[in-house]
Ligand binder design. Structure first.
Ligand SMILES: C[S@@+](CC[C@H](N)C(=O)[O-])C[C@H]1O[C@@H](n2cnc3c(N)ncnc32)[C@H](O)[C@@H]1O
Length: 208
């Protein structure tokens, strides 16, 4: 997979979709809320990968108004909408590619919602190693995303993407939750497990 090309395609896609994004995705707030519900009360510092317009941050700032959030996203128009939220000025915003941007360290939690199902193989493994390094000991990576139903589904979708790369820029290539857990363990997490499932999205957690 050409990672540079993939990330630029994401940027193009979401720059076009940014204006109507919240309307389409508000029905999935129950899945984004699973992230907030799984945070520990002692949470102080959070990194959000692919934060977009910041929908998953809405319940987090409601429950933890003093939390410090760093949000990374490659799509400027999505981040502009995040900045307009009432908590927008409390978020450190980085417009960039999470494969390239330096994450910093010492986070209590790294979160991600609906942003990582376009990446597979070593790209995903290397990203998860970077997440691991950025967390405090005992910190959590909370990734709420869609997943392939089984190995056959995962292989079929990846094959379709490889064979017809220009058919649909935004073609999903999700892995199964079992493979997601394997990536986390191989990246160094001491535990990895599924915490919640809303049907379309599953919350997978890695503990450092
Ligand atoms: C489906 S949206 C999810 C937004 C938000 N997290 C939510 O749940 O509503 C996926 C986001 O991931 C961002 N994204 C995709 N690839 C990225 C990359 N390589 N680096 C940074 N952001 C990326 C997109 O720009 C987009 O805003």
């Amino acid at each position: 997979m050409n990672l540079e090309k993939r990330s630029l395609e994401m940027q193009d896609f979401f720059n076009e979709k940014a204006d109507g994004y919240d309307e389409v995705h508000l029905p999935f707030m129950d899945s984004k809320k699973m992230i907030c519900d799984s945070l520990d009360n002692s949470v102080e510092r959070i990194l959000d990968l692919g934060a977009g317009t910041g929908l998953e941050l809405v319940p987090i700032f409601e429950k933890y108004p003093n939390v410090h959030v760093t949000a990374i996203d490659i799509t400027e128009k999505m981040l502009n909408l995040l900045k307009e939220r009432d908590f927008g000025d409390k978020v450190d915003i980085i417009c960039g590619d999470f494969f390239k941007v330096d994450f910093g360290d010492n986070y209590d939690a790294v979160i991600s919602s609906a942003a990582l199902h376009h990446f597979v193989g070593n790209d995903k493994l290397n990203l998860y190693k970077k997440v691991y390094d950025s967390l405090k000991k005992g910190g959590l990576f909370l990734n709420c995303d869609c997943h392939a139903i089984d190995d056959e589904d995962e292989e079929k979708r990846l094959r379709e993407f490889i064979e017809t790369p220009d058919l649909m820029r935004h073609m999903d290539t999700p892995v199964t939750v079992e493979h997601e857990i394997e990536f986390l363990i191989n990246a160094g997490f001491s535990e990895a497990y599924v915490k919640g499932d809303t049907g379309k999205y599953q919350l997978v957690i890695g503990k450092k």
